[in-house]
Design a protein around this ligand. Structure first.
Ligand code: DLZ
Length: 157
């Protein structure tokens, strides 16, 4: 079990992100969590030189719709990377499995189909406590990690 903050990073080891344009699609389900993930991602992008006007935020209803939302941003051809933010929490039915499978496979497919990378910033937790811990709690913020991944991937192109 992870017990330490997973979001620490060395700013000096990151490529220059000054002129990068990042699209961020955010699921409204579990909005308290996804907004914290967004805040972590936005703060990290800004800290690393991405201009505020070069960050575009798009809402979709739930994690299942992240694929369509990301595709919509990718089709604009104006971004260097897209980040898909969601939080799926295990319930009493198999819905969790279907949404997790669809969104992970869907984002994988986008990465195969498009030149622009899409970053998987989706928490798939057994309960809300795990999501809180990973969205600015004691285990860090996955939004921070995904912003770093976006900067690195954007610089590959
Ligand atoms: C329906 C649903 C459920 C039960 N749980 C979640 C969740 O934990 N996280 C999430 O992002 N979305 C959830 N959804 C909504 C689906 O992602 C989707 O929006 C609906 O099935 C409509 O397509």
């Amino acid at each position: 079990m992870a017990t330490t903050n997973l979001s620490a990073y060395d700013k000096n080891a990151l490529p220059d992100a000054k002129d990068k344009r990042i699209g961020i699609v955010v699921a409204e389900w579990n909005a308290d969590i996804t907004e914290n993930l967004y805040r972590g991602a936005e703060k990290t992008l800004l800290e690393n030189g991405v201009a505020k006007e070069n960050i575009t935020k798009l809402y979709v209803p739930g994690s299942f719709e992240l694929i369509y939302g990301a595709k919509h941003l990718l089709n604009k051809n104006t971004f260097d990377a897209v980040i898909a933010i969601g939080c799926v929490i295990q319930g009493e039915t198999k819905h969790f499995d279907f949404v997790c499978e669809a969104v992970s496979q869907g984002i994988k497919d986008l990465n195969l189909q498009y030149t622009t990378p899409t970053i998987f910033c989706v928490l798939t937790d057994m309960n809300k406590s795990q999501s809180i811990a990973r969205s600015g709690g004691n285990l860090g913020n996955k939004g921070v990690e995904c912003a770093i991944a976006a900067i690195k991937m954007a610089s590959l192109l």
